[in-house]
Structures are given as structure tokens and as C-alpha cells.
Design a protein around this ligand. Sequence first.
Ligand SMILES: Nc1ncnc2c1ncn2[C@H]1C[C@H](O)[C@@H](COP(=O)(O)OP(=O)(O)OP(=O)(O)O)O1
Ligand SMILES: Nc1ncnc2c1ncn2[C@H]1C[C@H](O)[C@@H](COP(=O)(O)O)O1
Ligand SMILES: [Mg+2]
Length: 208
Amino acid sequence: MAPTVERKQIDITPLKKANVPIIFIVGGPGSGKGTQCERIVKKYGLSHLSSGDLLRDEVKSGSARGGQLTKIMEAGELVPLEVVLDLVKEAMLKEVAKGSKGFLIDGYPREVKQGDQFEAEIMPARLALYFEVAEETLVKRCLKRAETSGRVDDNAETIKKRLKTFMQSTTPVVDHYAKKGKLVKINAEGGVDEIFGVVQQHLDKIFK
Ligand SMILES: Nc1ncnc2c1ncn2[C@H]1C[C@H](O)[C@@H](COP(=O)(O)OP(=O)(O)OP(=O)(O)O)O1
Ligand SMILES: Nc1ncnc2c1ncn2[C@H]1C[C@H](O)[C@@H](COP(=O)(O)O)O1
Ligand SMILES: [Mg+2]
């Protein structure tokens, strides 16, 4: 049975009041989510929150919870939903206080339940952008990134486990948002500029 995680009481009224568009960014490990988000931020000025970065920051903070998180991430598994959702909420609130125009929630949802809970507790996402990349390319990109990233999960063994987690838990997310008519599937095998060109075609419709 999954361990019970104590939830924090987080008042998200300012987030609901802000009512800005939320875009989920989905894709396998190394699919280019972070890379494309950087480009999106430059052009559209949105707030970029990567759930993986928030978790790595929690680890760096040296909290007791951080120690547990490292083990999960080294194993290529998913961190409990409540832990991630609370970190995301807190980070969103900080951005709203600065006057956010909208959010890119990168690496989220990793499973259907995560998305449903986010949308029930915060608000519905406008779109889910899915960067589709073949497994072989994902492995190559993560191994190349390993040369400089210092990430505990950029190694051949963990990449294999992350791919398995992605196939089992995250690919159903793609169908879930397709059924809701909110999915934008982008072939992300090409170059960064080429992919960003396609991203812009979709985001230009939302952010004028
Ligand atoms: N279109 C591309 N072509 C070649 N390399 C790319 C492309 N996009 C990103 N990269 C490089 C940059 C990084 O070194 C690596 C992974 O990209 P990154 O944006 O960090 O992926 P990601 O955020 O989806 O991975 P993760 O889920 O592991 O955080 O691949
Ligand atoms: N949304 C998430 N749910 C559960 N676990 C997560 C989530 N986002 C990140 N994680 C964990 C598990 C991942 O392997 C690592 C690294 O994330 P990444 O998005 O690849 O930086 O963190
Ligand atoms: Mg990333």
C-alpha cells in the first residue's frame, strides 16, 4: 500500500482569482520539454515550473523529505502525487504574486490521476503539449546531457527505468487529454528551432 502523505493547507485563492492559462508539458525523459519551455518563456513571458526542478530544489534544501526524494528519483520512479502537487501549488502562488501571465507546468502530469487532481484542486489546463520522441533518441539525448547535467538520474540504468515508468504511467496521460480535445502532439525528433516553430503555431492562438 502507498504510504500516506501529510498534505499541507495551501490557500490557492489568489491562483484561482488570477485565472491565467495553464499548459501541461508532457514527454519522455530527454524529449526536450525544458529546452522548449525556455524558448516559450522568452517569447511569451510565461512562468515555467518544472516539477523535476522543484523536486531537485527540495533535495538541495536538505530537508528530511529531500532524502527520500533522491532515492525515488535514482530509481526512476514517480514521487507521490501529493508531494509534487503541493510543491507545484506553492511555486504557482509565488509566480501569481509576481503577476504571472500563464503557466507552463513541465513534466506534469506523469499519470492520469495527477492531472485530474491538479484540475480539481486548482483549475483545468488549457492544453497539454506532448513532445513525441522515439525511445532511441530519448536515450541518446539523456546520455549526452549526462556529460554536464550532474543529475542523479542521467545514467544508462536509471534512464531505462525512467523510460519504463514513462511507458507505463505517462503514456495514458496522452490519450486522456486527446479524449478531452486538449492534446497537441508535436513530433520532437527534429531541431530545436524547427520544433519551436510548431509550438508557436499553437501558442499564438492563446497568447496574442
Ligand atoms: N530538438 C533537440 N535536438 C537535439 N537535442 C535536444 C533537442 N531538444 C533538447 N535537446 C537536448 C538538450 C538536453 O541536453 C537534452 C534533453 O533536453 P531537455 O530539454 O533537458 O529534456 P526534458 O526536459 O524533456 O528531459 P527531462 O524529462 O529528463 O527533464 O537534449
Ligand atoms: N510530476 C511528477 N510526478 C512524480 N514524480 C515526478 C514528477 N516530476 C518529476 N518527478 C520525479 C521523477 C522523475 O524521474 C524525476 C525527474 O523529473 P524530470 O521531469 O525528468 O526532471 O523527478
Ligand atoms: Mg526537464
